[in-house]
Design a protein. Structure first.
Length: 142
């Protein structure tokens, strides 16, 4: 096999990978641009993963289970172990979910919302630095 043939094969492979990468990026953008509606999140969700990252440090993966319930009357309940949080929820924009509990409001950027999964991210500014938490929820089959 000549060097030209080998080079052509490598370029062809790189081109295919570039096309596949572009298609994956486009599908992610399309999924994230889906308009959020209250019916999109109403129901019971199990948290399957939570990553928490302070600044540029390696993220910590927290696997403690919790259940998030979003009711159609715009209230929510999060149960994690012995702790329960109750409050109200609303959408501030097509990609921002607002949770308010005891006078404190958190803004979650919705990264993905489908019929069976919800991925959201919140950024918290603390004395220790900026904490980015990403939560992955899957819909309960009730």
């Amino acid at each position: 096999m000549s060097a030209a043939t080998t080079q052509y094969g490598k370029m062809k492979t790189i081109k295919r990978l570039s096309i596949v990468s572009a298609l994956c990026a486009l599908s992610l953008l399309t999924a994230c641009q889906r308009e959020l509606k209250p019916a999109s999140i109403v129901g019971s969700w199990n948290q399957i993963a939570l990553t928490s990252q302070i600044g540029d440090n390696e993220p910590d993966v927290i696997t403690e289970p919790s259940t998030w319930v979003f009711a159609s009357d715009s209230t929510y309940t999060i149960v994690a172990g012995d702790e329960t949080e109750n409050g109200s929820w609303s959408f501030a924009s097509d990609s921002t979910l607002m949770l308010t509990s005891e006078g404190d409001t958190s803004s979650y950027k919705v990264i993905k919302c489908s019929d069976d999964s919800l991925i959201q991210q919140v950024i918290i500014d603390t004395d220790f630095g900026v904490i980015t938490e990403t939560t992955i929820l899957v819909k309960n089959d009730l």
